[in-house]
Design a protein around this ligand. Sequence first.
Ligand SMILES: [Fe+2]
Ligand SMILES: [Fe+2]
Length: 478
Amino acid sequence: MSTSIDYTEKIPNNVNLAGDRKLQRALEEWQPNFLQWWMDMGPEGFQQDQVYLRTAVGVDKGGWAHFDYVKMPDYRWGIFLTPREEEKLISFGDNIGKSAWTEVPGEFRKELRRIIVTQGDTEPASVEQQRLLGQCAPSLYDLRNLFQVNVEEGRHLWAMVYLLHQYFGKDGREEAEDMLVRRSGNPDSPRILGAFNKPIEDWLAFFCFTMFTDRDGKFQLAALAESAFDPLARSTQFMLTEEAHHLFVGETGVGRVVERTAHLMKEAPEGDVTKAGGVPLEIIQKYINEWYTASMDLFGGEDSSNAATYFAASLKGRFQESDDKKWPDHLALEGVYEIDAPVGGGKLATEEIPMRRAMNLVLRDSYSQDCERAVERWNKSLAEAGLAERLALPSQRFNRAVGIYANMPFDPSGELLEPAEYDRRRDSFLPTRADLAYVKSLMVSCTKPGEFANWIAPPRRGINGQPLDFEYVKFIRN
Ligand SMILES: [Fe+2]
Ligand SMILES: [Fe+2]
């Protein structure tokens, strides 16, 4: 295991792929299929252009990124793992204190495969969801960020496919093939998880996706970075360093829309930003309601025997599990998690879930706190603009399709409504067709360096110290 990446290989890697000819050959057979998938399902209309992208050059802390113009199909997708710690010990669950596993234990093979396949499937899914967005990018800066996210999601697929090929034999290779067969939103062969089949047709949806749905990814990856299965832990650790940029794109993206809207609210007649070509705060709030709740579903049921098994078997920990101050008890055999559960008749009552069975919920709470922090930031910019309006995350009970609140008519404040009342007010909770059409009507392609669409504020600074009017994408037209 080295900290530098070998780019002379057909598949760049730091796992000494050349030392395992059989594995190398199998992955080299998968590679052209991946590239074909990228050409078919990757960013449409930009495959010949030169994009200012970062590529990983090393996996050690700091300075891992190299920035240069790259034609996307030439991006060096590869296999990069955080270096192994000597003597790594398992930090939680029933196997605590034992040496971390370098091979898959037979008894957890099925569970680990399922975890890796579920994570892996989200990566190409998001590329598919975003493939048409380039055609209406609000600036070259944003276009470049979209493509950076896309190529790195492709890289994350490589990370999971490597694990499948290396550790799961024939069925691992079959799972890797299936990753390129399923398609986001396809009714016959959809992607595995709900939020990854939702269309992303405008940039506000893209920013909400990278803010809320990619952030679920951050917490899932962080939980897997604690795994006793060391190759999975080290793969996801390195993925997290790439993921940070995706979350930045989402959080600052929504923030820039809020900032621009605040500005237009003060200028537009009667504060009606639609008259000035901006996105009304109410629509932003509805997008937040939709994407936050769809992302909450990704954590799974509140009371979950799978979650208990994963924790007990030391396969999946909590967020920052190894931090003894944060989690003094790494066994979680005692204690309960209290939750207000529906008990019929429109009532809620406190229910106790044994701690291990509540691990999805514990992880989701860490996620929600992180989202809350971002919303506070957005609200700060509303306050600074002298506005009284504020954005908020909806209740965990609202608009859920998974878990104990699934398909129940809670409003965004968490109050249970009569179904008819919910239907009557639904359009004030979630984006309507008219809202979506309006936002779509604002999407115009801005491709001059330094130019930004009217509905979004420019960012504070450019990428990698470059100015805002830097030519982040060079169009090659033939
Ligand atoms: Fe990813
Ligand atoms: Fe991501």
